[in-house]
Design a protein around this ligand. Structure first.
Ligand SMILES: Nc1nc2c(ncn2[C@@H]2O[C@H](COP(=O)(O)OP(=O)(O)OP(=O)(O)O)[C@@H](O)[C@H]2O)c(=O)[nH]1
Ligand SMILES: [Mg+2]
Length: 203
C-alpha cells in the first residue's frame, strides 16, 4: 500500500512525510530511494531529527529522487505496511538539469501506481509569483489524479499568516475535491489525513 505525496517544489512534501510518519508512531525513518517501484537503489535508517536535517530545505528542488518510508500499521489484527512516498517537486517547463527531468518523469510514473495520492499546495504562496505558488500544473495534477486514485489536496503551511484565506481560495478553485488545511510543521490536519489514508489501506 502506497501513499504518494506530490506537488510543486518547496511546498513542504518532505517535512510532511517525515512528521506524518512520526505522527503514525514511527521512531526511526527507514528510507529507501527508488527509480521504479520495488527496485530500491539504496536503503538507510535515520532518526527523525536526522531525516528533517538531511531531507528538508528552504531551497526548492532539495529532493532529487523518489524516497519511500515504510510504516507498520495495525488494522484490526493484521499488520500492514504503508509506504509513504516523497517525490520530486514538479514544475511547469522543462528543467535544465537532466537528473531533475528524470526524477520528475519517475514521479509521474509513480502517480499511476499509487493507492492514495496526496497533492500538496503551499498556502502561503497562493497568489504570489513564487515557484511554489499554485498554477496550471496543479490543475493538471488534479485532473489526472482524481481519475486514477483516492485523491486529497493538502493546503500546507496553514500556520503561516494569510494561509486561511488562501485555503478558501484553493477550495473554491478545486470545487468537488476534498481540500484539507495542514501544517507539516505543527501537524495540524494530520488526523484527517490519517483517516483518509487508512480508509483506503485495503484498496
Ligand atoms: N511554516 C511552515 N513551514 C513549512 C511547512 N512545511 C514545510 N515548511 C518549510 O518549507 C520549506 C520546504 O520544505 P520541504 O519539505 O523541503 O519541501 P519539499 O516540497 O519537499 O521541496 P522539494 O524537495 O524541493 O520539492 C522548508 O524550509 C520547510 O521547513 C509548514 O507547514 N509550515
Ligand atoms: Mg523534498
Amino acid at each position: 500500500m502506497e501513499a504518494l505525496v506530490i506537488g510543486k517544489p518547496n511546498v513542504g512534501k518532505s517535512l510532511f512525510v517525515i512528521n506524518f510518519a512520526a505522527y503514525l508512531g514511527v521512531k526511526e525513518i527507514r528510507l529507501q530511494w527508488t527509480e521504479r517501484k520495488e527496485i530500491p537503489t539504496k536503503k538507510i535508517s535515520l532518526s527523525l531529527d536526522e531525516a528533517r536535517h538531511k531531507l528538508v530545505s528552504q531551497k526548492p528542488h532539495k529532493t532529487l529522487t523518489i524516497q519511500s518510508m515504510s510504516i507498520e500499521i495495525m488494522t484490526g489484527r493484521q499488520k500492514k505496511t504503508l509506504w509513504i512516498v516523497d517525490s520530486v517537486g514538479l514544475t511547469e517547463g522543462i528543467h535544465h538539469q537532466a537528473e531533475i527531468r528524470q526524477a520528475m518523469a519517475n514521479t509521474l510514473i509513480r502517480m499511476g501506481e499509487a493507492n492514495v495520492i496526496l497533492h500538496m499546495i503551499d498556502l502561503s504562496s497562493v497568489g504570489s509569483k513564487r515557484i511554489e505558488s499554485f498554477g496550471p500544473l496543479d490543475d493538471e495534477m488534479a485532473n489526472y489524479s482524481k481519475r486514477i486514485a483516492p485523491y486529497l489536496i493538502l493546503g500546507n503551511k496553514i500556520d503561516k499568516p494569510g494561509a486561511i484565506d488562501n485555503l478558501h481560495a484553493v477550495r473554491e478553485h478545486f470545487k468537488g475535491i476534498p481540500v484539507i488545511g495542514v501544517s507539516a510543521l505543527t501537524r495540524r490536519g494530520f488526523k484527517e489525513v490519517k483517516a483518509f489514508t487508512l480508509r483506503h489501506l485495503d484498496a
